[in-house]
Write a protein that binds this ligand. Structure first.
Ligand code: SF4
Ligand code: SF4
Length: 399
């Protein structure tokens, strides 16, 4: 169980697509934090705690004290513990990076791309640019050799800079680049065409890094390729909200995932509280909404991640109903990923084989891979690439 602690509703940025709603100071109390850690340790297996916000570094003392407490407890109980923080990096100093390194907290940084792309969507409050401050935080991470895991939100306002932006993130030394679509924005057909052009260019960067034996994780393509290699999505690839993941609001109320906390004012999305635990009936009620019958015959269904509650809510207002932009994205990224994967297979790229099939691929003789049959030649899964099939109508969510 991944337990996401939303430490505060406050934030120093004013991102145009922000899903967390109104910003206000209401930090997590000691008692809620202690109960949230208990919840994380109550689940079997490894303990996994993430810090979110608002901007979690605004609640820096609380973050450090929770991390220290969890580390000490994990050592006492002989449990493996993963700690991570997702931050806008504007408050990340060298001293803070040093402390995060000491208590072994992974850092994920939101940066929407190059200056023009980032400034279009992630201004500081008061319309000032936050770009230089984010780069300062990244420099602090580099000075402690922290790997750079970057998250860029793709929105209509920055989509035309997608290729330039990903190029910039690679120049920064990114180990992984997560491209999160802003499904809450209204997208036009022109925007989607620009997005597709950008994704094609990004796929070539992904392949180029493979060819140089310096792979960069890009879930946009990786998820499709890994699913192809395995014959479908595995546990953890789809939506874990309310099941493998739970989020704790500063008030102590529980939500299926961090994105659904919002302003913590929608009781229909709450699934219990930190003192009494997860109410599984509430989780089931949220998950039991109508699905789109049009998905039933879709050839991409087996690796479509449109079960994602927060993406669905953002676009259609229903946690179980995928929207047209998400459908378009699923099919477009599958098609591009398949093509770039087939190219790398045709070249018998050893780095790519190991990336997709794991260390066992070291035993595969690349010269014997039947590239004409794509991935199933190696994995023998019977899976085939599918063409883009349909395009649901675009739903525009009104405020
Ligand atoms: S940094 Fe995060 S919480 Fe702050 S405005 Fe941007 S998206 Fe919202
Ligand atoms: S790609 Fe579109 S139609 Fe196919 S399963 Fe996903 S959301 Fe449904």
């Amino acid at each position: 169980m991944h337990v996401a602690l939303v430490l505060t509703h406050d934030c120093n940025l004013a991102c145009t697509y922000c899903y967390t709603g109104e910003k206000f100071r209401s930090d997590m109390s000691d008692s809620v934090a202690a109960a949230a850690v208990d919840l994380a340790f109550a689940s079997a297996g490894d303990v996994d705690i993430g810090f979110f916000g608002g901007e979690p570094l605004i609640a820096w003392p609380r973050l450090v004290s929770i991390a220290e407490h969890a580390r000490a407890r994990a050592a006492r109980e002989g449990r493996r513990l993963r700690l991570s923080v997702t931050t806008n990096a504007t408050l990340l100093t060298r001293q803070r990076v040093r402390r995060l390194t000491e208590i072994d907290v992974e850092v994920h940084v939101s940066l929407d791309g190059d200056r023009a792309a980032h400034d279009a969507t992630r201004p500081a409050r008061g319309h000032r640019s936050s770009f230089e401050r984010v780069l300062g935080g990244i420099e602090a991470l580099r000075s402690y050799d922290q790997p750079l895991d970057l998250i860029a939100v793709v929105a209509p306002a920055n989509v035309r800079r997608l290729a330039a932006s990903v190029g910039f993130l690679i120049e920064q030394g990114a180990r992984s680049i997560t491209l999160n679509p802003a499904y809450e924005c209204p997208w036009t057909e022109d925007d989607l065409a620009a997005w597709e052009t950008g994704l094609e260019a990004v796929a070539q960067m992904y392949a180029g890094a493979m060819r140089l034996n310096m792979p960069i994780a890009m879930p946009t393509f990786d998820n499709k390729l890994f699913a192809a290699a395995k014959g479908g999505l595995c546990a953890g690839d789809g939506c874990d909200a309310g099941d493998g993941e739970i989020a704790v609001a500063p008030s102590g109320r529980l939500y299926p995932c961090a994105r659904l906390v919002g302003e913590d004012r929608d009781p229909s999305l709450a699934v219990g509280d930190v003192q009494h635990g997860v109410d599984l009936d509430c989780v089931r009620a949220i998950r039991s909404g109508a699905a789109d019958p049009a998905c039933e015959p879709c050839a991409e269904r087996w690796r479509c991640t449109s079960a994602c509650m927060c993406a669905n809510l953002a676009e259609t207002g229903s946690p179980t109903l995928p929207g047209g932009v998400q459908c378009w994205h699923e099919q477009t990224t599958a098609r591009i990923a398949d093509r770039v994967g087939a190219e790398l297979l045709a070249e018998r790229c050893q780095t790519f084989l190991e990336w997709v099939y794991g260390p066992d691929a070291r035993g595969i003789d690349p010269s014997r891979v039947d590239t004409a049959r794509s991935f199933d030649a190696v994995a023998d899964t019977g899976v085939r690439s599918v063409a883009r099939r349909r395009h649901l109508p675009i739903v525009k969510v009104t405020a």
